[in-house]
Write a protein that binds this ligand. Structure first.
Ligand SMILES: [Mg+2]
Length: 125
């Protein structure tokens, strides 16, 4: 039996969170996907819930993606999807251990990452 993945998707643009939700649902059979258009709401949610994967945009009003990633537990697999990755210091991304993907995101790349996390979760149970 595969374990249910908890996945959080954060982007200030609702079309993008919905697009990513449909990508993620194709690749992760059993998953609970939570989408947020307000990064502060996502941060609050993570106070009580530890996701397996956190996928976030960088540029968002209220809290940027880097600050949001910093608030996530170290064990959370972190993904940043942005058209502005070159504006972020490489050391910062390395320190947070983030997988970066350019917008528009390649569906297969995201699918591979989800499969990897799913495998790890099944092995560790
Ligand atoms: Mg944005």
């Amino acid at each position: 039996m595969s374990q249910t993945l908890e996945i959080i998707i954060v982007d200030d643009e609702p079309q993008i969170t919905e697009l990513l939700r449909s990508f993620v649902e194709i690749f992760s059979g059993e998953s609970n996907v939570h989408t947020f258009n307000d990064p502060l709401e996502a941060k609050d949610f993570m106070g009580d819930n530890r996701p397996d994967i956190l996928i976030t945009d960088y540029k968002m009003p209220g809290l940027d993606g880097i600050e949001l990633l910093k608030s996530a537990d170290q064990s959370v697999r972190k993904v940043m999807i942005s058209g502005y990755l070159s504006e972020i210091a490489t050391e910062q991304l390395q320190r947070l251990d983030v997988t970066c993907m350019e917008k528009p995101v390649a569906m297969q790349k995201l699918g591979d990452l989800i499969a990897d996390v799913q495998d790890q979760k099944n092995v560790s149970v």
